[in-house]
Design a protein around this ligand. Structure first.
Ligand code: COA
Length: 701
């Protein structure tokens, strides 16, 4: 268990601020520790008392003769520092500070919290809190919190940044038979945070599922490292609230504008295998499913129902979640036809009709579960006069036991009439929901996680050749020296080429003659573009001329562009005109970079061109995970552009490996140069053979 043993399995606990007065937090904590059945030594600390809850009370931690491993501080904020110092002097290993009045109240509290952390560091103590409810460990057992409920024990570790939410959930969970082996109220996370506890729970063999409610993430990169490692071992389900405030970003590029505020979290969670809940209800629905079910091997769902409506709702949701309705083998259909009433629906969803008793469910369920085209089963029930809820539940349990490789979930839509049946399922470890939608969502979560685990055996990362960091560094140096943050097109193309990204040749010319010479060397036709870091939309100010076929046309166009730009934007600095080779048209793509404060660079890929913001056919990935080609392919596959690349309606496929290679190179560039805040390559033309990056914009900080 490592570093957190002193918190979860201490040999002894002191409660500083213990009280005799019932109803006070200092009293509740002492009682909770005793009532949890904790077997180590308990030391209430209060200078005015001799005995609390039948235990000898000490005036200070230093007066305890034995060793104190963990101390829970429940004294007012003004006394916390002094109490922490005393604990440090007495050799305490870990603190839980429940006291409020720190960072959450503003500057003064923030200063106090800083001093508290420094005190802990000085004495080498780890700290949970401040401003938290405490923690519980059912296997120690220890309830070092002021919760009114102790966990009933289970195999879920539950971490919550909100103390109130944690207390509410504990109270509710016992009513639905959901048990936790560890419960941690994270509080202000001044020292230990969600990452430490996820890491600990991942390494704890007894924990099967990690459940988190968090409002912010302290260190995005470490979170990714630890969470993806944890997700390889067991499901990590996270509900992250506060999405409206997260990652508001400057959006001067297409990529930036396409990235919504919650995108970085969505991308990061997706990339590191975290199962994301979008509400508190979903968090616990998923917890129920993951603590009870195996992951299905595929996405083909079979539905058995005794009424049409819920069957249709469930089918719709299977489609909405991107799962598939299983197509039964011929033999399954024939058997169902031969043995179910003529009015029954024998195709998926199988409708065993409103008059179905348990025997009909039994027959249909076993036939469907035997079918090799079925990966998971959802059983739906509505109460009719003849429904045998309890007996049917027993039948479902037997069928599940006979088919241990396929998860079964249920939705019993009703109330008291179905309660007994639902109870039987819950006790047997079959998730039973009231409505079909959450059940389907859980199947999707289980399936996604199963797929993530299968994909973990990855190939070694192939090293990229043709990377020239020095050139990129030199270009950025010159740009900053020139007091600019935006690169000219020719500079951006040079950066791209230094990383093996096939940029269309582009050269800056400062006079009409020079432009014509450059064009002759390059070969016609060419395009001219005004070069100015201050002009975003060149076409709008007459700054672009395309399809130029002779030196005369180039010279004439040079002068026209200069005149037009100075007419529309008088006084704007113009560095000259860039001459670019005119490339044949290909499938237009966008590849871009935007930066997230927490998780670093995000790479965008999608359909490019002028309609990019309208079509919004873009998907994102964390740059650091895109050195893996399979992940890049998955990212591409989430867009419609994927079909175009693979050859849409008889068109020749585009050079898919080249697209993957360029995305990988853009990811590498963005990770190697964190100063890149935004990058757009739009369009990238994809051909049957090769690619060409036409317009490249790079902004640095
Ligand atoms: N060492 C030991 N005991 C001390 C002490 C010290 N240095 N200083 C004070 N005490 C004793 C007090 O005498 C008192 O004992 P008593 O009941 O016998 O009088 C006890 O510790 C508690 O101190 P008190 O001043 O009565 O504080 P309190 O119980 O009213 O409040 C907190 C203390 C920590 C509960 C309160 O400051 C607080 O933070 N409440 C909010 C908690 C919260 O919401 N946390 C976040 C949840 S999400």
């Amino acid at each position: 268990m490592g570093e957190l043993t002193s918190l979860f399995r201490p040999q002894s606990v002191a409660v500083v601020g213990a009280s005799r007065t019932p109803g006070k937090i200092g009293n509740a904590i002492v009682r909770n520790i005793i009532e949890s059945g904790y077997r180590g030594s308990i030391y209430p600390i209060n200078p005015r008392e001799k005995e609390i809850e039948g235990l000898a009370c000490y005036p200070a931690v230093s007066s305890v003769s034995g060793e104190v491993e963990l101390a829970v501080l429940s004294v007012p904020a003004g006394r916390v520092l002094e109490a922490a110092r005393e604990c440090g002097e007495a050799g305490v290993k870990a603190l839980i500070v429940v006291t409020a009045g720190f960072k959450e109240i503003g500057r003064e509290g923030m200063e106090l919290e800083k001093e508290l952390v420094e005190t802990c560091r000085t004495y080498g103590m780890r700290m949970l809190g401040p401003n938290c409810v405490g923690l519980m460990d059912a296997s120690t057992p220890l309830n070092a919190s002021f919760s009114s409920t102790f966990t009933t024990g289970g195999r879920i570790a539950f971490l919550s940044q909100s103390g109130a939410m944690l207390l509410a959930i504990l109270d509710w969970s016992s009513s639905v038979g959901l048990g936790f082996n560890k419960v941690v109220s994270l509080g202000n996370k001044a020292d230990l945070n969600e990452i430490d506890f996820i890491e600990d729970a991942a390494n704890d063999d007894y924990t099967r599922v990690i459940l988190c409610y968090i409002e912010d993430i302290v260190d995005g990169r470490r979170f990714l490292e630890v969470a993806s490692e944890a997700a390889r071992k067991k499901p990590v389900i996270v509900y992250k609230s506060g999405i409206s405030q997260s990652g508001a970003r400057a959006a001067s590029s297409h990529t930036g504008a396409l990235a919504g505020s919650d995108l970085a979290y969505e991308t990061a969670f997706n990339d590191c295998g975290i199962i994301r809940a979008h509400s508190m209800t979903e968090l616990f629905d998923l917890a129920v499913a993951f603590s009870r079910c195996i992951s299905p091997k595929g996405d083909r769902v079979a539905i058995i129902t005794n009424s049409g409506g819920p069957g249709i709702i469930a089918t719709d949701n299977v489609e909405l979640e991107g799962l598939h309705m299983a197509r039964f083998e011929k033999e399954t259909i024939e058997e169902l036809r031969a043995n179910l009433p003529g009015e029954a629906s024998i195709y998926n969803p199988v409708d065993v009709l409103g008059d179905a008793r348990s025997d009909r469910y039994k027959f249909a369920l076993n036939k469907v579960m035997d079918d090799p085209n079925v990966d998971s089963v959802l059983v739906l029930m509505c109460p009719t006069a003849v429904t045998e809820a309890e007996e049917t539940s027993r039948v479902i349990v037997e069928a599940r036991d006979a088919h241990p490789d396929k998860p079964v979930l249920a939705a019993y839509t009703g109330g008291a009439k179905l309660a007994g049946g639902a109870e039987i399922l819950s006790r047997a470890g079959i998730p039973c929901f009231t409505f079909p939608e959450p059940a389907v969502k859980c199947i999707k979560g289980l399936y996604n996680y199963g797929r993530y685990c299968q994909k973990q055996e990855r190939k070694e990362e192939k090293l990229l050749d043709g990377i020239d960091r020095k050139t990129v560094k030199a270009i950025f140096y010159d740009v900053i020296k020139d007091k600019r943050l935006t690169l000219l097109g020719s500079e951006a193309a040079e950066v791209a080429m230094a990383y093996g990204i096939p940029a269309a040749p582009i050269v800056l010319a400062t006079s009409p003659r020079e432009a014509a010479e450059v064009a002759e060397k390059m070969g016609f036709p060419v395009v001219l573009k005004v070069a100015s870091p201050r002009i975003q939309h060149k076409t709008d100010v007459g700054g672009v001329k395309i399809g130029l076929n002779s030196p005369e046309e180039v010279e004439k166009s040079f002068i026209e562009i200069m005149e037009s730009v100075s007419h529309y934007l008088p006084g704007v600095p113009v560095y000259g005109i860039e001459v670019q080779k005119m490339m044949p048209r290909g499938t237009e793509l966008i590849i871009g970079v935007t930066k997230d404060v927490q998780f670093g660079p995000l790479i965008a890929f999608g359909l490019g061109g002028i309609y990019v913001n309208l079509l919004k056919d873009v998907s994102f990935g964390l740059a650091q995970s895109l050195f893996d080609e399979q992940k890049i392919e998955e990212m591409i596959a989430r867009t419609k552009a994927y079909s175009l690349l693979k050859g849409y309606r008889g068109e020749a496929p585009r050079d898919f490996p080249a697209v993957i290679d360029v995305i990988k190179r853009v990811a590498r560039l963005s990770v190697d140069f964190p100063e890149i805040t935004e990058m757009d390559i739009n369009p990238v033309f994809a051909y049957e053979k090769g690619l060409s990056a036409l317009d490249i914009k790079i902004t640095i900080s």
